[in-house]
Design a binder for this molecule. Structure first.
Ligand code: COA
Length: 180
């Protein structure tokens, strides 16, 4: 597949995931405190799930269906992941992210999200990015607000990995409202 040039922020490198990241993905995404807030991270985290997910992220990028990137803090290593997945219309995409518990509160998610949005609006044809957040997920709501998302209303979401539906809050950011 084509190379994906890493995206550099002040403290982070957003880059393609590699098979060698599987141990860190298993350790951090496998933590119930992370999985609980997500729709797709299973818990308990099955053997092989990290390797399968990393392979899927690369296949998805090769098909231009999305960009799932590792969040690599310089001098630290992989601390989380962030991704954009195109909707069927291909002009909008859903933003998702997680950060390993030991690295919460360092501003990494906000820094990564800000740059992912810059990438979306400067390097792709996406016209809108949206996200869905469980109402009690205050940290994630703060991340979205900090990078300019605004609420668009509630929606019922299927939490595939949880096995139930939940009411989520939807947020969106339009290209024309993005302030750079
Ligand atoms: C949401 C998540 C990615 C945030 O990662 P992070 O790197 O700790 O986020 P940041 O350090 O950039 O902090 C974001 C904001 O949330 C605030 N915050 C952090 N933890 C919080 C908490 N438990 N309650 C309220 N606010 C909190 C921070 O103070 C910061 O706000 P500020 O900029 O006003 O100070 C991380 O908590 C996580 O991985 N959660 C589980 C997975 C998840 O929720 N993914 C998103 C699904 S929609």
């Amino acid at each position: 597949m084509r190379e994906f040039p890493p995206l550099l922020t002040e403290r982070l490198t957003l880059r393609r995931l590699e098979r060698a990241d599987a141990a860190a993905v298993r350790r951090y995404a496998g933590d119930e405190r992370v999985a609980h807030w997500t729709a797709r991270i299973p818990h308990p985290y099955p053997d092989g799930a990290a390797e399968a997910w990393i392979a899927e992220t690369l296949a998805q990028m090769a098909r231009s269906e999305g960009w799932q990137l590792g969040i690599d803090a310089r001098g630290v290593g992989l601390v989380g992941a962030i991704g954009l997945e195109r909707d069927e219309d291909r002009l909008s995409a859903e933003l998702g992210y997680w950060v390993g518990v030991p690295y919460w509160g360092h501003g990494y998610a906000t820094e990564a999200a800000r740059h992912m949005i810059r990438f979306a609006f400067q390097a792709t044809d996406l016209a809108q990015v949206h996200a869905r957040v469980l109402p009690d997920n205050a940290a994630s709501r703060r991340v979205l607000e900090a990078v300019g998302f605004t609420p668009t209303g509630p929606a019922t979401v299927t939490l595939d990995a949880r096995g139930y539906n939940a009411e989520a809050l939807c947020f969106a950011l339009e290209r024309r409202a993005w302030r750079g």
